[in-house]
Design a protein around this ligand. Structure first.
Ligand SMILES: [Ca+2]
Ligand SMILES: [Ca+2]
Ligand SMILES: [Ca+2]
Length: 210
């Protein structure tokens, strides 16, 4: 291989590392220390910002509420050893599940690429609407993998909201409602990173040409 071609290959590989080959990070919404769910547990004020435990420097804003005509309120977000749910004053709701009418929204302070949502106790009759911008997914049990996952490829801009609305079952048992367990995402590199990669590539070319 000619020297210049080899340099091009290095630059391409470097760019691939930045753009395509980075592994997504899993955010876990259970209550274990070191998981983002730990910071969300017992949050009672919508619009609260918390650090994302698994990604240094990334901040999440959590919004939540209950859609209904009777003035129900969310008492607090509730994470357990396996999932995140909502404790509301809806009658007969599951305090660590998403029951019909309960909703949760996430936004991040950086652009992110979201690739996976994973739920728990998502059983026949459960349904979730996941919306982001003009994208609206209404999912039932059969739409998820055997592991209660759903894959997407969403470039979510900073401060855009991903919202989960529980549409299906309710009730204080594992057959009613569902929990949110995990979410995979990658922080999109900022322009400064692109510039550094570009400068690095140009320098490599100059050095090799001499
Ligand atoms: Ca809890
Ligand atoms: Ca609930
Ligand atoms: Ca269920």
């Amino acid at each position: 291989m000619k020297c210049r071609n080899r340099v091009k290959l290095w630059v391409i590989c470097g760019l691939a590392g930045v753009f395509g080959c980075a592994n997504a990070t899993t955010l876990s919404f259970d209550s274990a220390v070191g998981h983002t769910g730990h910071g969300l547990d017992e949050l009672a004020t919508t619009g609260t910002q918390i650090p994302v435990s698994e990604i240094s420097g990334l901040t999440l804003t959590a919004m939540f509420g209950v859609d209904g005509s009777n003035g129900e309120i969310v008492e607090y977000l509730n994470s357990t050893g396996s999932r995140l749910g909502i404790n509301s004053d809806l009658a007969d709701e599951g305090s660590s599940y998403f029951d019909t009418g309960e909703w949760l929204g996430f936004s991040f302070d950086k652009d992110v690429n979201v690739t996976r949502f994973k739920f728990t106790d998502f059983t026949s009759g459960d349904s979730v609407k996941i919306s982001w911008g003009t994208t609206v997914l209404t999912l039932v049990d059969g739409d998820l993998t055997d592991f209660n996952e759903y894959m997407v490829d969403w470039d979510v801009g900073s401060n855009e909201t991903i919202r989960f609305d529980a549409l299906g079952k309710s009730g204080a048992t594992t057959t009613g409602g569902f929990g949110l367990e995990k979410m995979d995402l990658t922080v999109v590199p900022e322009p400064a990173t692109f510039a550094l990669v570009g400068i690095g590539g140009a320098l490599a070319l100059l050095v090799r040409r001499r």
